[in-house]
Design a protein around this ligand. Sequence first.
Ligand code: DMJ
Length: 641
Amino acid sequence: MHPPSRQDYVSISFAGQGSEGYNNSKQWRRQSCWRKWNQLSRLQRSLIIFVLILLLICGIASYPAVTEHLNGLKEREQDTNHNSVLRPVIPHVLPEPAKPAQPLLPKPTSQRKLFNKRGPPVLQNRLQKKGNASDTAAEDKAADGKKKGEEEGVISWRGAVIDTERATEGIKDEENNDQKAKSSKESETSRLEAVQAAFRHAWKGYKNFAWGHDELRPLSKSYSEWFGLGLTLIDALDTMWILGLKEEFEEAKAWVATELTFNKNVDVNLFESTIRILGGLLSTHHLTGDTMFLDKAKDIGSRLMSAFNTPSKIPYSDVNIGKGTAHPPRWTSDSTVAEVTSIQLEFRELARLTQEPHYQDAVAEVMKQVHKLDGKLDGLVPMFINTNNGQFTHQGIYTLGARADSYYEYLLKQWIQGGKKENQLLEDYLQAIEGVKKNLLQKSSPNGLTFVGELSHGQFSPKMDHLVCFLPGTLALGAHNGLPADHMDLAKQLMETCYQMYVQMETGLSPEIVHFNMHQGSTRDIDVKLADRHNLLRPETVESLFYLYRFTKDRKYQDWGYEIFQNFNKYTKVSSGGYTSINNVRDPDYPSPRDKMESFFLGETLKYLYLLFSDDPNLISLDQYVFNTEAHPLPIWPSTA
Ligand code: DMJ
């Protein structure tokens, strides 16, 4: 008897030709296969089944490898896309920022590996658990006691990978740490060198076109005169010393020794010449031990003393250093509060070095009077003080910006300079910070940036000068010296705000003044008025970044500073030498150079950037030095007790 399959075969052949069979093709094919199968011998069928089972086993075995490969491809694709995404406008307020292209430390290797491992979901979960630090004990147990279980339960490819990792884990961690240390050292060195290069570039312009004059005008390749005392050169002396620029320092020193004379019939501003010239000379004397700088400091210091010959003993703003006479500005008999209260560090130090107490007495008298004056609001001072009657004038306006800023800074710093003994200074400082919190601190909309506004006759204005960005650093310095920890919290919040004042501008450079939005529904936190769009290469933000980095060791502050530094290089560097202030931080195509390099760019901005990028806490230790408001480090007095 013919096997039925054979008949079926014949019938399939015929039916296959017809359109009917085509119409019913699925059923037709199923029947046809079945018939074919039945036509095969038992041996043939066994063979086919064996081959199929073999294929199935191979398929299962190779599934994880194939999916891992595919997922790996997908991941790489995503990485590439991610890298090409532009940074959000407000990286640190909105989603966490894409890290700057620079250094940065590689992600912890164990975590990175974790996500590269692919496998069926159950296995993946186990791997993820393994990567979780809180599961360490359980994992160790598994590693020790369940070696057999691992071998039993898991396909060999996975076991092999894990074992390899385990065996080399310790070594890899060490390698990674070495690698991290190496790359952060490299990044430190390259940033420090970049600041040195910037200084040299600035110096080149000054040397070629403005040598011995007050300020470089880099575009017109000339100079401007304010006091006619080589202001930039003196302001930059200790910066060159700190940056290790010996050659430049020696040239400048020779000029100070042979050319600088204060016996000149010129009017100088008491505050500006104290913080830049007296402060610069005193600090350079301390760093170098060279008494020539001290002699020069004594010379200018003694000439400035005529400013204190006023009915109230509150000093005049202007002094003729040649004639030994002083006077207020032509239009008023007022002095600025910040000016008369931010000369103390320098004159106190001069008194200590010369053993001539009248320098200290004169500036202490100012502090004593200001301490007692009416017209403060919760420790906040008005902006003007009258040199005849010693009273505050133009009362009712309170700011931490221009004309009041460094009053607060010097309360704290005098207390530190004198060994934390002068309680009145500390009390005034603490009260003032409470006054800031109560009257001037607000949050912006929509992103809640903490800022310090101004108060005018009870009316709050959300205006903040870039000058206020000294405050995060000062608050952090206070907290470092034992003042309340919430000062550090506030310092961090304000630091973020000051950084945002840069990041949110098209050039990445802050304007001179910003206004914060406070009303609900605002789309951006910061507005800038047309007249406030300039940037004078000011230091306050990088100054505070330096303090914050020193005290927290959080590298983000270095990275923020590096971004700012790069933008100075991008928008303010003049190719023939020097850097320039600009008129418009909102126009990266034409920031409109002002043709002036302020002396504080070399005295402060580049110095603070260098100190910020250095990981050496002993490079001007904040436990040994206190910086004056022009970034000239003066020693904290040794304790006599
Ligand atoms: C500097 O002269 C000092 O930092 C001063 O305290 C404020 N103004 C400039 C820098 O902005």
